[in-house]
Structures are given as structure tokens and as C-alpha cells.
Design a protein around this ligand. Structure first.
Ligand code: 3PG
Ligand code: MG
Length: 396
């Protein structure tokens, strides 16, 4: 899809409404992971240095159309100022007199954050009057919130249709990385899909088997596929009512020429807790009282052997119960292998999703993949082959 970027855009003295994703994790009133703020800074700096008045719009959490004081963006605006190294003003509302007064006071290069757009029901309703009220505040619209682009909300969708609309640098980087990985990838193309449940990733698996050459399935969802093949998985987490679905995905993959790689060995335990005693067994020999909690070393080696023959990889979801050691072993081992292939210039690797990013950080390889998306739901919907309304609205 073609979209306009900030290249060559004249912004001096103009009011730029910048849709950002300031929906950052907070603990005890403090931002606990500033990744999204850091990634937003290049766009803000570029606009401010070119003399724009930068008006940042975002949702935060899910206040459901009401003003919920604990969901104010004020502390996030303060954190943004720290990360950016510039003053950031704050307006108590995103429309009406508080917003209009704050915007009127801005000078070239100033940065202002408006209060949570989701304090108004019109935001999630993609409401025309609410979008009009936002549009009055700006001359141009820049969307840098790929991670919110799966929502057709007023600040991501309707607003883009009311003002000249551009992709910010982060949006641009996300779209370019995703296009290289799934749009026109160098082949063989592999996908790793992990996580607990097949049920949450049905659309994803269905889309991927038709597009990738190799699909690696890990995490507890692999148990469902194993059980569907008639392999006993003991007390492992799995979804018995999805066995037919899993067999359907395997048949679809076969018809499309996509190879599915399932675990060949597993790390099992009798209890699911940190440092529980474990045993490594072939998948055909899982004790009836045990649970599969991670992939075994033979499976990791098989995955890395196959990835060494691939040119492109998309990855969503951890391979084991990675939050609970030692069941992070396979995820960390494969992540480091992927990082090595990427550093050697042999693999273009793109990963995304909240758990996946946390797992990569745990493996210490976030910087070594070709691209790690800060998006959760939007990254998944994009992998599912869906059109993201916030991206579609930027079409040039
Ligand atoms: C996210 O955190 O994934 C985005 O900000 C979207 O948030 P939402 O799931 O509340 O729409
Ligand atoms: Mg969320």
C-alpha cells in the first residue's frame, strides 16, 4: 500500500495532530516499559525541529468513554518529556476549550499531549462529530500508532479522512518491515507461532499456512496439534475441542505445500512452578501424569537447522512457558539462534506481540533481530492478513 511519509513535508508553524500510542505499561504510577515512548521520539523530534506545533493524541487503557482519573495521560506526558529531553505541555481534555486554549498558546517546535481520547465515547464509536472536534485542533494529521491501527476509532480512522494524512517514522518503519517479511519476502519464508491457545490464533495459522514455506508450532498450542495426531500429551494444557480444527489446518498446509514442524521432544514436569524437577522425553513418551512445559533440545536443534535454510522469518508467541524458569530455555535458545542467523546476514527476522517481545528481551536479543514490532493486537491482525483500518485510512 502506498502512503505519504514525512519526507519533504513542510510543517513550519503548522499544527500537526500526531496520533501516537502512549498506551504504555505502568506500575505504581510510573511507566514500567518506555519502549513505545522511545520509538515515538524520532517523529516528534523531526516535526519539532522543522518548526511544527506537535499535538500528541492517544488513548490510554480502556476507560470506556468516561473520565477515569487513574487513566489520565498526565503521568505519561511527564515520562515522555523525560525520554524526549524537551518540555511537554499537557491539556486536560482532547477537545473543546481546554484543548483549544492549549493549542492556541503553542509556538513553533512546542510539544503538547492531550488527555486520553477514550474519555469520550465518540473515540471508540469512530464518531463524526468527535472527529470534527479533533480535526479543528490541527492542520495536518500524522499517524505513528501502528500498534493501535487495528482499531477503527476516531483518532485512528475518521480523523485521517478529515486532514491531509501522513505516516510518521515509526508507522513507516513498521509497515516497511512487515512488507519485507510477508508482502514480498525472500524465500524460503518461515513462521514461528507459539503461545498457549490454538483458539486465539486460528485466523493467524489459517493465513500463514497459505503464505509460508515452513510453519513451526510451539508453546502449549503445539500440544493440541500433537493430541490431534493421536499422540498422548499427559496432563498438558491443550484444547480437545480443537482437534478437528488442528487436523484441518494440517490438511490446508499440506495442500498449500507448507511444512509444519511440530515438537519431537519435550521438557515435562509434574508440577507447573519455577524450578520444578523436569525430565526431557520424546513426544511419544510423555508420562500420563506429566505436563509438557517447553520444547526439548532436539526440537530446538531441528528448528534452527531448518531456519538456517530460510531467508525470512516472522515470529509470534513463545515456545514454552517462558515466564517460569527453566521453561524459557527453548524460547531463549531459538531466539539466540535467530539472532545469530540475522547478524550473519542470512535471515531477515521480524517478531512482534507483547509476550514475544518480553521473551526476546529475556533472551537479550531485541537489538539483533531485523525488526521487533512494539505492537500486540495490530501485529497479530496484520499476520492474519487483515486490513488495519488505521493503515487503510493513510492510503495515498
Ligand atoms: C495496545 O496496547 O495493544 C494498543 O494500544 C491497543 O490497545 P487496546 O487493545 O486497548 O485497543
Ligand atoms: Mg492492550
Amino acid at each position: 500500500m502506498a502512503f505519504r511519509t514525512l519526507d519533504g513535508l513542510a510543517v513550519r508553524g503548522r499544527r500537526v495532530l500526531l496520533r501516537a500510542d502512549l498506551n504504555v505499561p505502568m506500575q505504581d504510577g510510573k511507566v514500567s516499559d518506555p519502549t513505545r515512548l522511545e520509538r515515538l521520539c524520532p517523529t516528534i523530534r523531526e516535526l519539532a525541529e522543522k518548526g511544527a506545533k506537535v499535538i500528541v493524541l492517544s488513548h490510554f487503557d480502556r476507560p470506556k468513554g468516561r473520565r477515569v482519573p487513574s487513566m489520565s495521560l498526565r503521568p505519561v506526558a511527564e515520562a515522555l518529556s523525560g525520554v524526549l529531553g524537551r518540555p511537554v505541555a499537557f491539556a486536560e481534555d482532547c477537545i473543546g476549550a481546554p484543548a483549544e486554549t492549549a493549542v492556541a498558546a503553542m509556538r513553533e517546535g512546542d510539544v503538547l499531549v492531550l488527555e486520553n481520547t477514550r474519555f469520550h465515547p465518540g473515540e471508540e464509536q469512530n464518531d463524526a462529530a468527535f472527529a470534527d472536534a479533533l480535526a479543528r485542533l490541527g492542520d495536518l494529521y500524522v499517524n505513528d500508532a501502528f500498534s493501535a491501527a487495528h482499531r477503527a476509532h476516531a483518532s485512528t480512522e475518521a480523523l485521517a479522512r478529515r486532514l491531509p494524512a501522513y505516516a510518521g517514522r515509526l508507522m513507516q518503519a513498521e509497515l516497511e518491515a512487515l512488507e519485507r517479511a510477508l508482502g514480498a519476502p525472500a524465500r524460503p519464508l518461515a513462521a514461528i507461532v507459539g503461545g498457549a491457545k490454538v483458539s486465539t490464533k486460528l485466523d493467524l495459522l489459517g493465513n500463514l499456512v497459505e503464505r509460508v514455506n515452513l510453519l513451526v508450532i510451539g508453546g502449549a498450542m503445539a500440544n493440541t496439534f500433537l493430541a490431534a495426531r493421536g499422540i498422548a500429551v499427559g496432563r498438558s494444557l491443550q484444547e480437545p475441542d480443537l482437534h478437528a480444527t488442528a487436523r484441518g489446518i494440517e490438511a490446508k498446509a499440506k495442500a498449500a505445500g507448507c511444512e509444519i514442524l511440530l515438537p519431537i521432544d519435550a521438557v515435562v514436569a509434574h508440577e507447573f512452578r519455577a524450578h520444578a524437577p523436569t525430565e526431557t522425553v520424546p513426544v511419544g513418551a510423555v508420562p500420563a501424569e506429566a505436563m509438557i512445559l517447553d520444547l526439548g533440545p532436539l526440537t530446538c536443534a531441528a528448528i534452527l537447522d531448518r531456519l538456517a535454510e530460510c531467508r525470512t522469518l516472522v515470529w509470534n508467541g513463545p515456545l514454552g512457558a517462558f515466564e517460569t524458569p527453566p521453561f524459557d530455555t527453548a524460547t531463549v535458545r531459538v531466539a539466540r539462534g535467530v539472532a545469530g542467523l540475522t547478524r550473519a546476514g542470512r535471515l531477515l527476522s521480524v517478531a512482534g506481540g507483547g509476550d514475544t517481545v518480553a521473551a526476546l528481551r529475556q533472551a537479550g536479543v531485541t537489538e539483533d533481530l531485523s525488526y521487533v514490532s512494539a505492537a500486540g493486537g495490530a501485529f497479530l491482525e496484520w499476520l492474519e492478513g487483515k486490513t488495519l483500518p488505521g493503515v487503510a485510512a493513510l492510503a495515498a
